[in-house]
Design a protein around this ligand. Sequence first.
Ligand code: PLP
Length: 405
Amino acid sequence: MSLRLSQRVQRVSLSANAAAKSGVTALREAGRDILDLTTGEPDFDTPDHIKQAAYAAIAAGATKYTPTPGVRALREAVQRKLKRENRLDYSLPSIVIANGAKQIIFNAFAATLDDGDEVLVPVPYWPSFPDSVRFNGGVPVLIECGLEQGCKLLPAQLESHINSRTRWLILNGPGNPSGAVYSEAELTALADVLRRHPQVLILLDELYEHIRFDDRSPLSLLNVAPDLQPRCLLVGGVSKTYAMTGWRIGFGAGPERLTTAMTVVQSQSTSGASSVGQAAALAAFDGGLAFLPEQVAAYQQRRDLLVSALSLVDGLDVLTPQGGFFVFVRCGGLLGRYREDGRRLNDDGDVVAYLLDEGVAGVAGSAYGLSPWFRLSIATATSSVIEAGRRIADACGRLRLEADL
Ligand SMILES: Cc1ncc(COP(=O)(O)O)c(C=O)c1O
């Protein structure tokens, strides 16, 4: 019997990241020395005070179902965090908790999109943005934002893509995969366009808000345009800032009509997020960010090392990230060159396959909608980042301009 799958599931695909990661595992099992720069996951451990809070919660019996929109104490902690760190006021019903920021985003689209509704997605994008839109019946409208514009959406591009079917704009900063951070002036200019189109909701993915380089402090569209708050869903979480990817806790803050509908969606899928995860997230938000400067300094040092190594490589153009976990590299200059085994590099998939053969795993830009590029993670040991830069420079230097006859 051939099992029939839904149209809905056939519109989306397994994450490219997961595929790249399993490729690394297979090669390592075969004994190959591979530097894994595929994953957007901190190499730091979850801070100890957060783990202790989780142990204490288990001991105190916090092991039962939780309210669908999240435990009240955690929602209050998010409310305090938004006030303290982001200078934003939210009522309690406008804050919801889910199993990671990913589920918040999914719930938001499930709650608002009808078939054919459009969502503006700047390219390069985090792959779950367009796939979550597609799964929920919407149409992602991809807007290419290349190297020349720092991989950031321009106001004129935004204006020209809005029409009567547009339901959402997604803004992600610091961006995955680009590391782009919008300045105050850039956010102000985008806000001016958005004010002219009051039907458009805005999804602000600020998961990497605290991972910013060169002394930048967190800045949201909502700080420069507070009047847009009734149309924004602010998405955050604990995965990146607190090295808590496996605890699966994220939050959304937005208009109550939206958060209420998102709670309905969640009530019919996963129900409330894990009791222990929520206790840990509460300790994270209330425990301060004293541990963070050291980690951000480490990410910044790795960024500097990788950017300076790759900038010297003929054929590569590096976009210097201003935050986040990734260095995004344009590799158009390598296309048409030949490997020593005679194979020609035709696209970014070929470049990534070549680098993997040379011992460095990254992800092709096609996974993020922009080719020919590739993404490297700096959320990995500094020694691996240094060695990766060396291997990539060496491998690119051995490429030939012509095939051997
Ligand atoms: C831009 C962006 N948003 C959301 C997420 C999902 O985060 P969470 O672990 O909270 O589901 C990720 C994870 O990689 C991400 O890069």
